[in-house]
Unconditional design. Structure first.
Length: 537
C-alpha cells in the first residue's frame, strides 16, 4: 500500500472544504407575532423587500405564500395569499428573495388559474415559458406609439360609435344587470382569427358566474386563446387584490413578444373594496369612504400598463377593458370618477334602455372613445360618420314628440329613421358580427333604405339581408373586409345589392323576438344577481 504524499492530502482537504462551503445555505427566518383576517405581523425579517413573497410554515407543515406590504421599524405587515387558519403565533416565516411573479406564455391559454398562477381547472400543471413580475412600471412614452388599429368587438353600437383601438383602455360602466359581462364575452368571442390573446380576470364574483363565463367561452371555441383568472368572492381579499396584476403580467408577456392581447378586469369596484379591506387591517390611515389614500394609484398603475408599443419595441399591444359597477347610475361616485379619469373613454350602460329592450343598453350620449375614429377602418368611418348625431337628434325629437301630436312631415321622417337606426343597433347575446357585415347594415340604415320596413321587423330584415349578402354577394363583403374601405364603386354595388334584396323581402312569420337576446333573462338573472354583471346584451 502506497503512502499518501502531503500535496495529495492538502488537495483532498481543499476539495472537502470547498464542497462543504457550497452546501451551507444562509436563510433569513422570522417569526409570526400576530395573525388574523388574512394579515400577519412578522418579526425578524429586517431585509424583506416591498412586495416580496414570503413562505409561512403552518401547523400542518404546509407552506403558504404571503406578500410583504408594510415594512415597519420592528415588524413586517404581510398579507397571506391563502388559508391562514393554521398559521399560529410563533410560526416560522422564510424569505424567498423573489417579488410576486406569475407563470406566463402560451401554456396558460385555455386554462383557469388563480391569482398566484396556480391552475384551478383540474387539468394538471401549467407548462409556463417564463415568469413575469406581477407589478412592473408601465412603458414610457418613447416606447409607445399612438393607438390606430381597431380592436373589433363585433358589437355594432360599439364598433360604429365608440370604437376601441388596440392598446386603448376603455371603461365599461353601468349598474348591475345591464349586460356588462355580455359585452365583454362577445368581444372575446369576436377575437377568433384576429390573433388577439384574451385574459379574463374575475374579481369578487360568484364561482357559479365564472363557471358560466367558462361554459360560454368553451361553447364558442374561444378558450383556445383565452385565460381565465378567478379570484372569486369566496377567496381572500389578498387574492382579489393580486388577480388584476396577474392578468396584466400575462397580457404584457404577449405584448412584449410583439403580439396583441386583451385583458378584461371584471370588476374594479370589487378590487377597490378588497384593497380597502387589506389596508384597514394593515392599519393604514383611511381617507374618503374609508378607502386608503393610494386608491387612485392602485388603478392608475394597473391601467397605465395597457399600451401600443412602438415598432422599435415589437409593435405589440395590450388593450384593457376595466369594468365598474355603479349604484343607481351614479357615475360621479368616488371609484367610477377615478377610473373614468384614468381611461381613454367609457361605455355607459343604462338600466332604462336595458329594461326597454334596447340591448346592448349603450347610452350613446354618456359614452365616448377618446381615441375616436382613429380606431376605425375607413369603411366604418364612412358609413357611421353621422350616426351619433342622427341618434342624438332622434332622442331630442322623441322627447319633444311625446307632447305634440301634429308633427310636420320632416319631423315624422326623422323619427321614423331614428326608430330604425335604434332597431338596427340591437344585437343578440353571443352573436358578434364581422365588421364587413356591420358596415353593410349601418349603410342600409343611414341611407334610409329601411324606410319601408316596420320597426319590429328590423331584426328579421337584418338576419335575412346578412344571409343574402353572404350567399350571393360574398365577393362584395370580401372586398370591404380586405380593402377596409368603402369606395364609390363598392358603395354603388352595395346599394344595388340591398335594393334588389328589398324588392323581394318578405317578413318571416316566426317572429323575431328571440334574436334580441332576452330569452335567457331568467337564467342569467339568477347567476349574475350579485356579481354586478348582467348577462343580457
Amino acid at each position: 500500500m502506497g503512502r499518501l504524499r502531503p500535496e495529495e492530502i492538502s488537495s483532498i482537504l481543499k476539495g472537502a472544504i470547498t464542497d462543504y462551503e457550497n452546501r451551507v445555505r444562509t436563510e433569513e427566518v422570522g417569526q409570526v407575532l400576530e395573525v388574523g383576517d388574512g394579515i400577519a405581523r412578522v418579526h425578524g425579517l429586517t431585509n424583506a423587500m416591498y412586495q416580496e413573497m414570503l413562505e409561512f410554515e403552518d401547523s400542518r407543515g404546509e407552506r403558504i405564500t404571503g406578500l410583504a406590504l408594510n415594512l415597519e421599524e420592528d415588524n413586517v405587515g404581510v398579507i397571506i395569499a391563502g388559508e391562514d387558519r393554521h398559521i399560529q403565533e410563533g410560526s416560522t416565516v422564510r424569505r424567498t428573495e423573489k417579488l410576486a411573479s406569475v407563470p406566463v406564455g402560451t401554456g396558460v391559454l385555455g386554462r383557469v388559474i388563480d391569482a398566484l398562477g396556480s391552475p384551478v381547472d383540474g387539468k394538471g400543471d401549467i407548462e409556463a415559458e417564463d415568469t413575469r413580475l406581477a407589478e412592473v412600471i408601465a412603458p414610457g412614452i418613447i416606447r409607445r406609439q399612438e393607438v390606430n388599429t381597431p380592436l373589433q368587438t363585433g358589437i355594432k353600437a360599439i364598433d360604429s360609435m365608440i370604437p376601441i383601438g388596440r392598446g386603448q383602455r376603455e371603461l365599461i360602466i353601468g349598474d348591475r344587470q345591464t349586460g356588462k359581462t355580455s359585452i365583454l364575452l362577445d368581444t372575446i368571442i369576436s377575437q377568433a382569427g384576429q390573433n388577439v390573446k384574451c385574459i379574463y380576470v374575475a374579481v369578487g364574483q360568484k364561482d357559479a358566474s365564472v363557471a358560466g363565463v367558462l361554459a360560454s367561452l368553451e361553447e364558442a371555441g374561444a378558450m383556445d386563446y383565452t385565460t381565465i383568472i378567478n379570484a372569486s368572492a369566496s377567496q381572500s381579499a389578498t387574492l382579489q387584490y393580486l388577480a388584476p396584476y396577474t392578468g396584466c403580467a400575462i397580457g404584457e408577456y404577449f405584448m412584449h413578444q410583439g403580439e396583441d392581447a386583451l385583458v378584461i378586469y371584471d370588476d374594479l369596484s370589487k378590487h377597490a373594496v378588497a384593497y380597502r379591506q387589506m389596508m384597514l387591517l394593515l392599519r393604514r390611515p383611511p381617507g374618503r369612504e374609508a378607502y386608503p389614500g393610494d386608491i387612485f394609484y392602485l388603478h392608475s398603475r394597473l391601467l397605465e400598463r395597457a399600451a401600443r408599443m412602438s415598432d422599435d419595441h415589437g409593435g405589440g399591444s395590450l388593450t384593457a377593458l376595466p369594468v365598474v359597477e355603479t349604484k343607481a347610475g351614479d357615475i360621479s361616485a368616488y371609484i367610477p370618477t377615478n377610473i373614468i379619469s384614468i381611461t381613454d373613454g367609457q361605455i355607459f350602460l343604462d338600466t332604462d334602455l336595458f329594461n326597454s329592450n334596447q340591448r346592448p343598453a349603450i347610452d350613446v350620449g354618456n359614452s365616448v372613445s377618446r381615441v375616436g375614429s382613429k380606431a376605425q377602418i375607413k369603411a366604418m368611418k364612412t358609413v357611421a360618420g353621422t350616426l351619433k348625431l342622427d341618434l342624438s337628434q332622434y332622442r331630442e325629437l322623441e322627447s319633444f314628440a311625446q307632447f305634440g301630436s301634429d308633427l310636420d312631415k320632416a319631423t315624422q321622417e326623422t323619427l321614423a329613421r331614428g326608430e330604425r337606426l335604434t332597431a338596427i343597433l340591437k344585437q343578440g347575446e353571443r352573436s358578434p358580427m364581422p365588421v364587413e357585415e356591420q358596415v353593410a347594415m349601418i349603410y342600409a340604415a343611414t341611407q334610409g333604405m329601411l324606410s319601408d320596413v316596420e320597426t319590429e321587423n328590423v331584426p328579421d330584415y337584418e338576419a335575412q339581408l346578412r344571409d343574402y349578402l353572404r350567399d350571393s354577394q360574398g365577393e362584395l363583403l370580401e372586398d370591404i373586409r380586405d380593402s377596409r374601405e368603402l369606395s364609390d364603386e363598392t358603395a354603388e354595388k352595395l346599394e344595388d345589392a340591398i335594393e334588389s334584396f328589398n324588392e323581394n323581402y318578405e317578413p318571416s312569420e316566426s317572429g323575431v323576438s328571440v334574436s334580441i337576446g332576452a330569452g335567457d333573462e331568467d337564467e342569467s338573472d339568477d347567476s349574475d344577481s350579485e356579481n354586478g354583471s348582467g348577462s343580457e346584451s
